[in-house]
Design a protein around this ligand. Structure first.
Ligand code: PHB
Length: 395
């Protein structure tokens, strides 16, 4: 409501200023609204991703208004349920042909981003991947730009940290699809190259996973540590079973990507996470002024919710779109917008970021964190970092 009122007033002011200066008013085309089709899971097992993305997009627009370079930005939110690529593809097609969106955004899981990529290419519509994190996604369309992260990017620093910190043997457990396979490959490669030994690698199904047989196997193998990647939303099940099955008690350490200790879930995981080392590009406890302001504003607008890395992928996706539109002076043609996005740098709430002009992936810091009590709750507290990590890619 308040955004609408602000926007109307700004239009009047802009028109008056243009008339006084003798300028022509923006053409009807330039003044058309810019429609963004936001496709995320708002229902099903990955609904927390959609909730976080929607909250961040709303917050960004509350803070920055909904007019950029003379264009009113309109978001059309679609729930793809999180698991069916054909649904995501149909929604992307309908958003372009029926709703006339000029930008697609969101994409909770890798198979869904894969499904929409050819639609973006054919329509020459920029596709801002805010969440899905398999390295190869950006290669599926020249119109894709990613504002989240890749599993390869956050796993490589953890493999190196483990090898340097008295972890000699590891078993890996990942979800059996794109990001999990990337995480496994990079962990095995980097940990082995640093002198460690991977004693076994197992993959759990993405749909209806039961982690107990894999954890039983890990208990028997008794490595120094179990490395885990599961997509956000799944972590509490793994942590609970890790403890219940006595792996922690047997002296096996748990090391993980930050997806497992997703901030959205941390309040419910609680003490079961204490001491777990993970690596990721964002923690709600990141100690920068920008992040403190972000967490305070997000929590105020969404009581009881802690912002997670998916929210930050969305918040930065909106930043990138606004900055690119400013650069093109409101031109939303796909090739122009994508060109404007390449090479863009800004200070994100996660730290400094740049869109790599060659890959259209984000270059960013990766942090090593430990789950600890802080201000009466359990947070992933950063204690080490690798600066400006590029997606290392996965063969
Ligand atoms: C993905 O499907 O690419 C994905 C989903 C959730 C994550 C990470 C990757 O936490």
């Amino acid at each position: 409501m308040s955004i609408k009122i602000k926007q109307q007033r700004r239009h009047i002011i802009l028109a008056a200023a243009a008339l006084c200066a003798g300028f022509a008013l923006p053409s009807a085309h330039a003044a058309d609204p810019l429609r963004v089709g936001l496709i995320v899971p708002m229902s099903g097992p990955f609904a927390s991703t959609g909730r976080q993305v929607e909250a961040a997009v709303r917050l960004f627009m509350q803070q920055n208004g909904n007019t950029v370079a003379g264009r009113t930005v309109e978001i059309i939110l679609k729930d793809d349920g999180g698991l069916a690529p054909d649904v995501t593809k149909r929604l992307a097609q309908e958003l372009i042909s029926r709703d006339k969106v000029q930008v697609l955004a969101g994409f909770g899981l890798t198979p869904l981003a894969f499904a929409a990529a050819p639609v973006a290419t054919q329509a020459k519509v920029p596709m801002i991947v805010m969440n899905a994190a398999t390295s190869v996604i950006v290669q599926r369309s020249p119109y894709i730009v990613r504002t989240g992260f890749t599993l390869a990017q956050v796993t490589a620093p953890l493999a190196q940290w483990a090898a340097k910190n008295k972890i000699k043997t590891v078993m890996t457990l990942v979800s059996d699809y794109g990001p999990g396979i990337d995480a496994e490959k990079v962990f095995v490669k980097d940990f082995t190259a640093a002198g460690g030994k991977v004693v076994a690698s197992v993959r759990a199904p993405l749909r209806n996973p039961d982690y107990s047989p894999f954890l039983a196997r890990a208990k028997d193998a008794h490595p120094d540590a179990l490395f885990v990647f599961v997509p956000s939303g799944e972590g509490s099940a793994v942590l609970k079973q890790f403890t219940d099955r006595g792996l922690a008690g047997a002296g096996i350490r748990l090391i993980a990507t930050g997806d497992v200790l997703d901030d959205d879930l941390m309040p419910s995981i609680g003490n079961a996470a204490l001491g777990v080392i993970s690596s990721h590009h964002y923690s709600a406890a990141h100690p920068s002024a920008e992040n403190k302001a972000y967490v305070a504003a997000f929590t105020k607008a969404n009581p009881g919710m802690r912002p997670n890395f998916h929210s930050v992928g969305a918040y930065d996706g909106m930043h990138l779109l606004y900055a690119a539109l400013q650069k093109t002076k409101g031109n939303s043609d796909g090739p122009a917008l994508i060109e404007a996005m390449k090479g863009m740098s800004w200070t994100s709430v996660r730290g400094p970021v740049t869109i790599d002009p060659a890959s259209r992936d984000l270059v960013q810091n990766v942090y090593i964190r430990k789950a600890e009590q802080k201000d009466g709750a359990v947070y992933n507290v950063e204690f080490d970092q690798v600066d400006k990590v590029k997606d290392p890619g996965v063969d």
